[in-house]
Design a protein around this ligand. Structure first.
Ligand code: NAP
Length: 486
């Protein structure tokens, strides 16, 4: 059995960020367990045509590793993946990564104050586990009758089949979320016919992407302060949007006007007009999605899908759409956190969370000593960069691990009452948000707790809450003694 101080699960943006921060803190005894054959997480998995970030790249990057060379305001996936790999190599974390290694299970050994992990490549004992599995890493395959009987080609947007040529084909797309909104305009010109199956229309925001000029890039290289200024402007712009989305009438009027200019056909526009408040579902940042749907080779079908037949898709009005290829833009299973792990009482997190997901500061869970989550419950964001939430968590976890080392602490476990008080406050602040009151269903919502996905409030509030490891809210157990509170 391999023994390490820290095991990080997942080598995506947040897991690698954690590894880099540990290096900076001169902590070298850790591994990153990664099930795939390369690092990069979502930016390795999502390679569909048109895949790009929908938060400005200067903001969607590590604060400690600004990239003056982003080619566009919204960088494409390949550039982001290259960035992640370059920064990881520069900080010498790659030698810690165990590729093709899937976490299969794990239990907390209370006597030894260690996690015993089993992976597809052998067992690992770790004092601390940091779960960085990504809230949207596992594709969601819809439960539509007959999907397995379709005789054409089927793939999910996050597992794009690049060997399959769509040219001239009859292509069906299920889903109208952020992913579909990016690949539909890319494939529309080359397919024969595109049928978009829409369950719910989405509101959109302007993207206004543009090339970042050589002059700008040279200026950023020469003056990091200038780039920090641009990042700060983008940060506050996004916070303003986040605030406006909670009082959506004005933003909604503008979005409605925009739809009117982009889609002149009344019937199509009616289909594409949401009947819920803007911001309730994640707003799609796009300039070309709706225009693409006005092209003569595109049909938008708003009838409910009843089944997939061997030849295509059948809708509730009895129409069968014959297809060569069906692309599932159907999103992801939300937050597939370390289900294989069993805490002190033997339960998995899923079992503990029967009444709703909850964690302290989205990071720690009672009965799960020495276990930290990055982008855990109520740490996601619909309006800005997720890294603005992951980085404070990374810092918090680093401080916790350093605190344990300084005070000879073997086990760190959040107090249940601290977790409960914190979550009661989060739930109370969620109550009046547009996500719960805006009249839609979305992956933000999970009954019965309302939403355990999003952070309600300004990003700064979350960052301040995690600025210091608050050991007083934890039970700290010394190596030999029982409970100690340094
Ligand atoms: P999504 O937003 O969850 O959208 C999934 C789509 O599939 C929705 O339109 C949904 O309809 C539809 N759908 C799901 N199951 C269905 C079924 N059984 N029958 C018919 N329709 C069904 O997924 P996504 O577009 O992949 O985006 C997920 C998240 O990933 C985004 O919200 C965003 O956070 C992130 N993302 C980011 C970027 C970026 O930064 N560039 C790009 C893509 C994605 P309903 O709306 O009715 O549920």
């Amino acid at each position: 059995m391999r023994s390490v101080h820290i095991a990080i699960i997942g080598a995506g943006f947040s897991g690698l960020g954690m590894a880099i921060r540990l290096k900076q803190a001169s902590i070298d005894d850790f591994v990153l367990v990664e099930r795939a054959d390369d690092i990069g997480g979502t930016w390795r998995d999502n390679s569909y045509p048109g895949c790009a970030v929908d938060v400005q790249s200067h903001l969607y990057s590590y604060s400690f590793a600004p990239n003056p060379d982003w080619s566009q305001v919204y960088a494409p996936n390949t550039e982001i993946w290259d960035y992640i790999k370059r920064v990881s190599a520069e900080h010498d974390v790659n030698r810690h990564v165990l590729l093709n290694t899937e976490l299969r299970g794990g239990t907390w050994d209370d006597a030894a104050a260690r996690w015993r992990l089993s992976t597809s490549n052998g067992d690992i004992a770790a004092r601390f586990v940091v779960s960085a599995m990504g809230p949207l890493s596992n594709p969601s395959i819809p439960d539509i009758p007959g999907l397995d009987r379709f005789t054409g080609t089927v793939f999910h947007s996050a597992r794009w089949d690049h060997d399959h040529d769509l040219t001239g084909e009859r292509v069906g797309v299920i889903g109208t979320g952020s992913s579909a909104a990016q690949f539909v305009p890319e494939i529309q010109p080359r397919v024969g016919r595109l049928t978009l199956f829409q369950r719910t229309p989405h509101w959109t925001f302007p993207r206004m992407n543009r090339r970042i000029t050589g002059l700008e890039r040279a200026a950023y290289r020469r003056s990091p302060a200038l780039q920090r200024l641009v990042r700060a402007r983008q940060y506050y712009y996004r916070e303003l949007i986040g605030t406006l989305l909670q009082r959506p009438r004005i933003v909604e009027a503008v979005a409605r006007l925009r739809l009117r200019t982009q889609v002149r056909d009344r019937e199509l526009r009616a289909k594409l007009t949401p009947d819920y408040r803007i911001g309730c579902k994640r707003v799609i940042v796009t300039d070309d999605f709706h225009p693409a749907l006005t092209r003569p080779n595109v049909d938008v079908v708003a009838e409910k899908i009843t089944e997939v037949t061997p030849d295509g898709v059948l809708t509730s009005d009895g129409v069968e759409y014959e297809l060569d290829t069906l692309i599932l833009g159907t999103g992801f299973e939300v937050m597939p956190v370390a289900d294989p792990l069993r805490g002190r009482d033997g339960d998995t997190l899923t079992e503990r969370w029967r009444d709703g997901r909850s964690a302290y500061l989205g990071t720690t869970v009672a009965e799960f000593p020495n276990y930290f989550m990055l982008v855990g419950p109520n740490t996601a964001t619909g309006h800005t960069s997720v890294l603005l939430y992951a980085e404070p968590q990374i810092e918090y976890v680093t401080q916790a691990i350093q605190h344990a080392a300084r005070h000879d602490v073997a086990a760190v476990e959040v107090r249940q009452e601290a977790q409960d008080v914190y979550n009661a406050d989060v739930r109370a602040r969620l109550r009046d948000t547009v996500w719960l009151t805006g009249g839609c269903d979305s992956w933000y919502l999970d009954e019965p707790s309302g939403s355990s996905v999003l952070w309600p409030g300004h990003t700064g509030r979350f960052q301040r809450a995690l600025a210091r490891f608050d050991h007083e809210n934890y039970v700290l157990r010394r190596a030999q003694d029982d409970v100690a509170e340094p």
